[in-house]
Design a protein around this ligand. Sequence first.
Ligand SMILES: [Zn+2]
Length: 353
Amino acid sequence: MDYGGKSLNNATSGKSGTALRLWGALLIGAGVMAGGAAAASPAAADAVVQHRADCPPEVGHGGGHGGGHEGGEQPRRDSHGHLTAEEAAAYERELRDALRDQQGPQTQDSQQEPTVAVAVHIVHAEDGTGDLADSTVKDQIAVLGKAFGGGFSGVDTGFGFRLAEIDRTANDAWFQDFQAHESEIKAELRQGGAATLNLYITNMGEGILGQATFPQDYEDDPQNDGVVVDYRTVPGGGREGFDLGYTAVHEVGHWLGLFHTFQNGCTDPGDYVDDTPYEAERSSGCPEGRDTCPDRPGDDPVHNFMDYSDDRCLNNFTAGQDRRMDEHWTAFRAEQARDQQDPRQSPDPLLRR
Ligand SMILES: [Zn+2]
């Protein structure tokens, strides 16, 4: 693959020189922690400021969004690593090329979406901080299923999720700085192939809620593939405003190929999804009725899982997003799964390890 996007992205995301990937990471504004999510970490409010200052330069390249006009006091999810228009276009080209190479644009919604095997990796502190109960993990998987099944609102995407395994690792160094140990952690823990969702639950620090890789990234860096969420974002996890488990939903949306609803702002082609209204910038809180692209139809999709509203505000994926996830699955994950498994029926590479 020789897309310009590859080198372009490598240039901007010098992170261990690995393949193209999206840090669909979420950053919380300082205001979030002020209210009392601090249950798990008393020094949270200070740490927010510190971690924001520490944001590595490569994730700040989205520009524009770090500024001061996103409205006020409301706590917000902030962005690390928005894709530039060129990066998003490179991903799109890669998607179209892959689909064309396979058998043309055949990805209809009639296609059978899989029940995705989920390998959950809990990386917790040696004193037990961050070590979640099995029941909590199951709650998180259930939230994924409900969200992608249209159980809150929106469409049933057809994607299901099945807990394949939970492993637990007590390691203070890993827990204290996941990003610094990411390669090591994933080399140690990752399971399965392209069709297996590896969900790492750990401490992401005070500013970031989660991150994900894109399906397009798999081929060049399979070991890195997966989703990472902060342990306080799981259902009942205590992160104020963000503990219904929807961070995982959002990140899995990226893992299945979706961009943010505010990708490209009011400019074509937006997020490459027809039925999500254009949106100039991320949402925060729950700004119902907001319309940041008044020349475009529709209010901002602030209830969409791929926006940045508080968990309580999010409730849907659209039919267009469903189609796009199907396309990505077909292009990058289903094929890989078939390659790696004997009969294409078995959706669970884990069983073969
Ligand atoms: Zn994101």
